[in-house]
Design a protein around this ligand. Structure first.
Ligand code: PGA
Length: 250
């Protein structure tokens, strides 16, 4: 079974990058990171760039991840990518349940749970995203929402595999708005408790924060109790800025 590191700094490039700039970004990230990082750095480019990024990070400690997988291992699912294909392409991680898929593509908790199962079957570590909308936060429902998402997105029964969880408030993604450190701490504490109840190894599962993480707020966010790393979108498209975030994690 894959070993899950304690500190994870993950880059979600989303739907950005063509062959030339994607490979260059990955090479620039490797160069900017330098050596001696205690954290595990994961680059999640779009599917079309997996091979180029795989080549660019070969021989380094940087790991490859994807942004989604289909819940089935193969079959007549035009346009979809299966978890075994991602493993075959060199991925060790896959993001599942990102809010841009939950809300933009109506992915349900049950579908996300099926994707987690598919990732485990392929030997991948799912980075499972949960997060509330602004309306849900303003209605005081944040913990209820993330708790329901987490419970519904974790496959039931035995055979739980390696896992990373990312708390990503929907209203903080790509907006420049970030919850207070106290608010991040409260959600992470809640998720830590929920994971400990759900799984025997719940205390050891890394919980990342994501949503408008930048070089200038990363250190403060990473210092919040129970924050084990960050999932970085927009700021991960700049090698120097992303490397600065990774260095803030140590
Ligand atoms: P952002 O995105 O850093 O651009 O806010 C984070 C994410 O969606 O994972």
């Amino acid at each position: 079974m894959a070993i899950v590191p304690r500190r994870v700094i993950a880059a979600n490039w989303k739907m950005n990058g063509l062959a030339a700039d994607g490979a260059k970004l990955a090479r620039d990230v490797v160069a900017a990171l330098g050596g001696g990082l205690a954290s595990t750095v994961v680059l999640c480019p779009p599917f079309t760039l997996l091979q180029a990024v795989r080549a660019a990070i070969a021989g380094t400690a940087v790991a490859l991840g994807a942004q989604d997988c289909h819940e089935k291992a193969s079959g007549a699912f035009t346009g979809s990518i299966a978890a075994p294909m991602l493993a075959d392409a060199g991925c060790r991680y896959v993001i599942v349940g990102h809010s841009e898929r939950r809300h933009g593509l109506a992915e349900t908790d049950a579908l996300v749970a099926a994707k987690v199962t598919a990732a485990w079957a392929a030997g991948l570590v799912p980075i499972l995203c949960v997060g509330e909308t602004l309306a849900e936060r303003e209605a005081g429902r944040t913990l209820a929402v993330v708790g329901t998402q987490l419970a519904g997105s974790l496959p039931g029964g035995a055979g739980a595999g390696p896992l990373v969880v990312a708390y990503e408030p929907v209203w903080a993604i790509g907006t420049g708005r970030v919850p207070t450190e106290a608010d991040i701490a409260a959600v992470h504490r809640f998720l830590r408790g929920a994971l400990a109840t759900a799984r025997g190894d719940g205390a050891a599962i890394p919980i990342l924060y994501g949503g408008s993480v930048k070089a200038d707020n990363a250190a403060a966010i990473l210092a919040v109790e129970d924050v084990c790393g960050v999932l970085v979108g927009g700021a991960s498209l700049d090698a120097a800025g992303f490397a600065a975030i990774a260095r803030a994690a140590g």
